[in-house]
Ligand binder design. Structure first.
Ligand code: HEM
Length: 397
């Protein structure tokens, strides 16, 4: 798995390959020999690359189960809502859903998200040379700090939390380290939960302690997986989606100018960036029964992957799908998935991207790609984003 992840990390443009597969067969059966010692238990999978069929899979929990995630992430995170099927899934999701509703999130806009962006930009905006690399200096630390604040973690714990979160979300790069980080985070959260049981506060950990499923309160063993899931789900994706948004606009300066001049274009720029370069390319399901999909027979137990990246660039659905165009009329995408498991954090992700982009435009006048930078690109086959984003801006006088 590690070797695949390393290889996959360097793929610059998988879209021609997706287009070739989709044209050939929108549901492709791939046979392979698992490497000795590999965690892959299956020897074939079905890759869905069309927008229409992908949505069919995602919205049909009866025939396409999410239980397969247990094998991928269970050892690191425990039993999370990602791997649950209805009705268990709805019961557990309802517990955290309240905290992630758009209206509730608005209250975090200035206090948590805005404050976090400001701190990060403060650290480099005053630099005399007007240079920065927006990935390590802004987009990477941003969502983990937001999550730390949402969870109500003490500021002094951030360095430890950032290190452990980074190791946990590196699950595809270094499995053993992610497992160790998951274990240490559980110990850390145990202390936080015990403290919140003594002194309830206005944060997400306190909300989970007080929440009830079917009349009973959650035990610590049910709370850990939720907390552990929020890190990879909320941090890895949002850092990459913010990076892709900035990359898309900076590499299309006329569209950046349009957004700079008219901030009402920010939401459509965000949606187009999510469609054009989805941060997380694939979701997985297991067929619960023999199914026919797109003329292909998938046996019960068949492992099915939906390529969100391919679906977002399906020419049946989008005009000139490879072009980044914030003015396109149909920007609706599947980057947040669809159906019962549709991303719980999508409103938070959009809020974070909106506040980040506005702050960047307000605080970094004349922002442009560094003309001296070479080989700027987005890469990855599992997750996608630019490794670096060197920029110049007009230094403050
Ligand atoms: C741009 C950023 C994000 C993207 C592209 C994204 C993408 C996704 C996708 C595709 C799924 C569905 C997985 C599946 O069906 O198997 C999902 C689920 C989920 N996401 Fe996100 N996500 C983002 C941000 C966030 C944030 C900020 C949070 C929370 C802090 C979050 C929390 C979750 C959770 C808890 C689930 C599981 C929902 C369930 O199983 O019912 N995500 N996300």
């Amino acid at each position: 798995m590690r070797q695949f992840a390393e290889l996959a990390g360097d793929v610059r443009d998988p879209y021609p390959m997706f287009a070739g597969i989709r044209a050939d067969s929108p549901v492709l059966q791939i046979h392979f020999d698992p490497r000795p010692g590999s965690r892959m238990r299956v020897s074939s999978l079905f890759a869905v690359t069309s927008h229409e069929l992908g949505r069919q899979v995602l919205t049909d929990n009866a025939r396409f189960s999410s239980a397969g995630y247990a094998e991928m992430f269970g050892q690191v995170m425990g039993r999370t809502i990602l791997q649950m099927d209805p009705p268990e899934h709805q019961r557990h999701r309802a517990l955290v859903a309240g905290a992630f509703r758009a209206r509730v999130l608005d209250q975090w806009g200035d206090t948590i998200v805005g404050a976090t962006v400001s701190e990060l930009i403060d650290a480099f905006a005053a630099s005399a040379d007007g240079r920065a690399d927006l990935i390590p200096q802004l987009t990477f630390p941003f969502p983990v700090r937001v999550m730390a604040r949402v969870l109500g973690l003490p500021d002094a714990d951030w360095p430890r939390f950032l290190r452990l979160s980074t190791e946990l979300i590196g699950i595809m790069r270094n499995w053993d380290r992610a497992v160790a980080a998951g274990r240490e985070l559980r110990g850390y959260f145990a202390e936080i939960i015990a403290e919140r049981r003594r002194n309830t506060r206005d944060d997400l950990v306190s909300q989970l302690i007080e929440a009830e499923v079917d009349g009973h309160r959650l035990g610590d063993d049910e709370i850990y997986p939720l907390l552990l899931l929020l890190l990879p789900a909320g941090a890895e994706t949002t850092y990459r989606s913010s990076s892709n948004l900035l990359f898309g606009l900076l590499s299309h300066p006329e569209q950046l100018d349009a957004v700079r001049a008219d901030r009402s274009l920010v939401p459509q720029a965000i949606e187009e960036a999510l469609r054009w370069e989805t941060p997380s390319l694939t979701v997985a399901r297991t067929a619960t029964q023999d199914v026919e999909l797109g003329g292909v027979r998938i046996p019960a137990g068949g492992f099915v992957t939906v390529s969100l990246g391919a679906a977002n660039r399906d020419p049946e659905r989008y005009v000139l799908p490879d072009v980044f165009d914030i003015f396109r009329s149909d920007k609706q995408h599947v980057s947040f998935g669809d159906g019962a498991h549709k991303c719980l954090g999508m409103h938070l992700a959009r809020l974070e991207m909106r506040i980040l982009l506005n702050a960047v435009l307000d605080r970094l006048p004349g922002l442009r790609l560094d003309p001296g930078a070479e080989d700027l690109h987005i890469h990855g086959l599992l997750f996608r984003s630019p490794p670096n984003l060197p920029v110049r801006f007009d230094p403050a006088v």
